[in-house]
Design a binder for this molecule. Structure first.
Ligand code: F6P
Length: 552
């Protein structure tokens, strides 16, 4: 069996003839307008769809032909996508720079499945932790787990950052409909003290549970907030050190530092090196989610993730939704030079979904070298951004409709509302469909003139159209659907990374700024004027800050 590094080398970008073919093809089709593509093929909207794992994807409003799809799939094949997918699911160390397996798929594998890392089947460990989490959550939710004064837990505060925060926040917001409203949930991530102060403002320490979520238990923001939380708790509970046991739990793979912090490791929920932070929603990092929606719903979330994993693993590329979405992103990113992807959930509960995707997509694929360390020859990750509809229509849609940039859009729509209220849902969905239609087909000069618009105003009223979009459609937002959606994007990211031959699973780019902050913070805090050896701008800013601080 080829090792992953052999697979990576074998499928190096230079060996991919599909890129050349795609470039030639792009030159032929780049001017094609969606108006003509639809007019020439009345079945396009029925043909260019894919379904599976609870999701219906309509990708017909993309600037593609059947030949484009063929070439994109050829690119995936030449990139060794299936071999890379298989390697990931087999537990090979595809995160080559950190020499780690990448097994978020094991977190949602059913009991009885076998996935091996270094000869050990990790699935039983996953289920042991899930059982411990369920037991704990049932105790807290039923009031059996009490604070040190005997009061039940009413406030849960997750302290974490990056993947130890964005998934839990997003899931909390997305699944509010399913949440236990007798408890409040807050998420403290920023080292800005305001985040902590505002989170605990209305909390009684005797009723508050902190979840310190950190894979490494070293992230400086998390550890600073955790120490502040500890002091706040002790100050509110007469300095009773024993209270930490009832009011703190940890999620980490670093048992030594958890113990050192003072959290009983019996109150620690483990996860593993082979779970990347931004892929950790289904791990113990989801403890706040499980507390919020209950173990049964959390298992449904895992099931949704698993359904999409299976779809990704075994569906032919032509019908494989994460593969199609990943390849379409590559098409716009690398051929059209589009710089962004807008994610537009027409579902208020998904308002944090674009923010969550930013780490998933950009920390994964914002890379400048290939997996073998050579400079990439193409652009890598586009910038993901977005806001929920219909609000976004009244902020940035002007640019989408009449600006000068190509912005591929992902609309996310549900057939049924969780809060049906008069005409609201019909209006919401009608807007999503209408916007996708308007973006694709626009409004020509002739159409504007036919409305009797004055000549001088006509150019201002024209919509060029030809803005591509995907319509991601599911029945209803449930924990299961959320899992399907998350895995859809996770695997789209993987597909993109494979075509660029980059390692989507490391994040060395976060280190330099952190290291410099480690130098600058003591310079801001020094009692004596420090000797500064930065550039003149940074030196000046440090001095300015010190003088303002001294004046306060
Ligand atoms: O931003 C860098 C990063 O390492 C992320 O990948 C991770 O999700 C986050 O920091 C938090 O790390 P930890 O869970 O170890 O505190």
């Amino acid at each position: 069996m080829a090792t992953d590094i052999q697979v990576i080398t074998k499928f190096a970008p230079a060996k991919r003839t599909a890129w050349k073919a795609l470039e030639a093809h792009y030159r032929r089709v780049r001017e094609l307008h969606l108006r003509n593509l639809f007019a020439d093929d009345p079945t396009r909207g029925e043909r260019m769809v894919a379904h599976g794992a609870g999701i219906h994807l309509d990708y017909s409003k993309n600037r593609i032909t059947d030949q484009t799809l063929k070439l994109l799939i050829q690119l995936a094949e030449e990139s060794g996508l299936q071999a890379r997918i298989d390697a990931m699911f087999r537990g090979e160390k595809i995160n080559t720079t950190e020499k780690r397996a990448v097994l978020h798929v094991a977190l949602r594998a059913p009991r009885g499945a076998s996935i091996f890392v270094d000869g050990v089947n990790v699935v039983p460990q996953v289920h042991t932790v899930l059982e411990r989490m369920s037991h704990f959550c049932n105790r807290v939710r039923s009031g059996d787990w009490k604070g040190c004064t005997g009061k039940r837990i009413r406030h849960v505060i997750n302290i974490g950052i990056g993947g130890s925060d964005l998934g839990p926040v997003m899931a909390h917001e997305a699944l509010r409909h399913y949440s236990d409203r007798s408890m409040t949930f807050q998420f403290v991530s920023n080292v800005d003290g305001t985040a902590f102060v505002e989170a605990v403002r209305d909390c009684d320490p005797a009723e508050t549970l902190f979840i310190v979520s950190s894979k490494t238990f070293t992230a400086s923001e998390t550890m600073t907030n955790a120490r502040t939380a500890r002091s706040w708790l002790l100050a509110g509970l007469n300095g009773d050190e024993k209270s930490v046991a009832n009011h703190f739990v940890a999620i980490s793979m670093n048992a030594a530092d958890v113990a050192q912090f003072g959290i009983d490791t019996r109150n620690m929920f483990e996860f593993w090196e082979w779970v990347g932070g931004r892929y950790s929603l289904g791990s113990a990092i989801g403890l706040s989610t499980m507390l919020d929606i209950g173990p049964r719903n959390f298992l449904a979330l895992l099931d949704g993730l698993h359904q999409m994993d299976m779809h990704f693993l075994s569906t032919p590329f032509e019908r494989n939704m994460p593969v199609l979405m990943g390849l379409l992103t590559v098409w716009y990113n690398n051929l059209f030079g589009a710089q962004t992807v807008a994610v537009l959930p027409y579902e208020q509960y998904l308002h944090r979904f674009p923010a969550y995707l930013q780490q998933l997509t950009m920390e994964s694929n914002g890379k400048h070298v290939t997996a073998i360390g050579t400079e990439v020859t193409q652009s890598t990750s586009p910038i993901y951004w977005g806001e929920p509809g219909t609000n976004c229509q009244h902020s940035f849609y002007q640019l989408l409709h009449q600006g000068t940039r190509l912005v591929p859009c992902d609309f996310i729509v549900f057939g049924r509302s969780l809060n049906s209220l008069g005409r609201h849902h019909d209006m919401l969905v009608g807007n999503a469909f209408a916007q996708a239609e308007a973006l694709a087909f626009g409004k020509t000069t002739e159409e504007v003139k036919a409305e009797g618009i004055a000549d001088w105003l006509t150019p201002h009223r024209v919509f060029e159209g030809n803005q591509p979009s995907n319509m991601i459609f599911a029945e209803r937002l449930t924990p299961e659907t959320l899992g399907q959606l998350v895995a859809l994007y996770e695997h789209s990211v993987f597909t993109q990374g494979v075509t660029w031959n980059i390692n989507s699973f490391d994040q060395w780019g976060v280190e330099l700024g952190e290291a410099l902050a480690g130098q600058i913070i003591p310079e801001l805090e020094a009692m004596e004027e420090p000797q500064l050896a930065h550039d003149s701008s940074t030196n000046g800013l440090i001095r300015r800050y010190r003088s303002l601080k001294d004046a306060s």
